[in-house]
Design a protein around this ligand. Structure first.
Ligand code: PMP
Length: 426
């Protein structure tokens, strides 16, 4: 059933490290052979062997309207005929920036980059350049891309593979990275007091997606905002997952918290390699060529990436009902899984916010990385494989969030719940 994937994986390992271009794809923690994809349409993926899957990864977020969304595909095809890159400014980049500004709160100026990593790395540099301070606070289990400074107690693959210290990250780089448990405002206040006048920024996933889905407790983000205001620290919302997914204006709009700088990724490229960072003019004007905080990119604002993202974002802006539908579908899945798991008697926690959802097999609330790490992840791995065999494609790690697309039908959700029932109530 997976013959082609098995042979592709063995061939891939001859020329690609671990056979994959991003570690979590290797299925190393869940075991087995990664499924090599061939094509996708709407809610469904098709692998190299022709197996069909209902997709709950959606390229880790961007496929909000499903795969190969016709208007996006058409826009890319048309634009490609006009050249795939100029390395010079285009009107489309202005339209993209204007569209982002019209949707995202607190974004006066926005700079396009090519990945979420670049967006976060650049936002941190800007925060440091703007404040003249070097230290910053991040949260255990949050992932902000693979730039050196962020690879401390990071989530996603770093957590999945249990990498405590990343070789190659110099100690003098990571010593400026201060960490606190997610949802622990007291820990943040202590760090702010201990390092008074030294902290440039607090960066956070406003709803965390890289240790499974973790929801900010009431008052936590408001507390961070207050600490930042009191101490002259910049609050950076990493909205690489939440941006344009939780609402047209992302977590800032949905949670009604203002960030000083915001980073975006994947979603704004409609699946093309794109990221962006933006914020108040007063801060953003320190970026080159206006200021001396240097940041650049040959392929930044790439026309194919821009038209794909622009087409998707415009659709999201013009049809707010998409968010309502997505939330309702995710709530339906939540309820279905809840019923099955309750009957099973297995300890579990389902965390959901908007169209982000994940299941931890734990008898305690999961509010931070330690909680997530103490869950029964062996059971998650078995669950993952049982679902895969049923044609349901979940993230291959308990430290990742499931992302729904609006292409999913209630029939797809019922199939998913039924597959979970067969596994848990076997
Ligand atoms: N920030 C967050 C919150 C992310 O989830 C990710 C990637 N999953 C990144 C940053 C890095 O983005 P990229 O993989 O595009 O570099």
């Amino acid at each position: 059933m997976y013959n082609k994937s098995i042979s592709l994986f063995s061939r891939a390992q001859e020329s690609i490290p671990g056979g994959v271009n991003s570690p979590v794809r290797a299925f190393k923690s869940v075991g087995g052979t990664p499924v090599f994809m061939d094509k996708a349409k709407g809610a469904y993926l098709y692998d190299a062997d022709g197996n069909q899957y209902i997709d709950y990864i959606n390229s880790w977020g961007p496929m909000i309207l499903g795969h190969a969304y016709d208007p996006v595909v058409k826009a890319i095809q048309e634009k490609a005929a006009f050249s795939t890159s100029f390395g010079a400014p285009t009107e489309l980049e202005i339209e993209m920036a204007e569209l982002i500004r019209s949707m995202a709160p607190n974004v006066d100026l926005v700079r396009m980059v090519s990945s979420g990593t670049e967006a976060c790395m650049s936002a941190l540099r800007l925060a440091r350049g703007y404040t003249g301070r070097n230290k910053f606070i991040k949260f255990e289990g949050c992932y902000h891309g693979h730039a050196d400074a962020f690879l401390v107690k990071a989530g996603s693959g770093v957590a999945t593979f249990n990498i405590q210290t990343v070789p190659g990250v110099p100690g003098n780089v990571s010593e400026d990275t201060l960490t606190a448990p997610y949802n622990d405002l007291d820990a943040v206040m202590r760090l702010a007091a201990e390092h008074k006048g030294e902290i440039a920024a607090i960066i956070i996933e406003p709803v965390a997606g890289n240790m499974g889905c973790i929801i900010p407790q009431e008052g936590f983000l408001e507390g961070l905002r207050a600490v930042c205001d009191a101490e002259g620290i910049l609050l950076i919302f990493d909205e690489v997952m939440t941006g344009f997914r939780l609402a047209a204006g992302g977590a800032q709009e949905r949670l009604k918290i203002n960030a000083d700088l915001v980073t975006y990724g994947k979603v704004i490229g409609g699946g093309m390699p794109v990221g962006a960072f933006g914020g108040k003019k007063e801060i953003m004007q320190h970026i080159a060529p206006l200021g001396n905080v240097y940041q650049a990119g040959t392929l930044s604002g790439n026309p194919i990436a821009m038209i794909a993202g622009y087409t998707l974002l415009k659709e999201l802006k013009e049809n707010p009902s998409i968010y309502k539908e997505l939330d309702e579908k995710t709530a339906y899945l939540h309820k279905g899984l809840d019923e099955v798991l309750q009957q099973s008697g297995i300890p579990y926690v389902i965390n959901r916010f908007g169209s982000m959802i994940s299941v931890h097999f734990s008898g305690h609330p999961v509010n931070n990385f330690t909680d997530a790490a103490s869950a029964n992840n062996t059971l998650f791995n078995e669950f993952f494989h049982a679902m895969l065999a049923e044609g349901i494609y979940l993230p291959p790690s308990a430290y990742e969030t499931w992302f729904l697309s609006n292409a999913l039908t209630y029939g797809d959700l019922d199939r998913t719940i039924a597959a979970a029932r067969r596994f848990f109530l076997k």
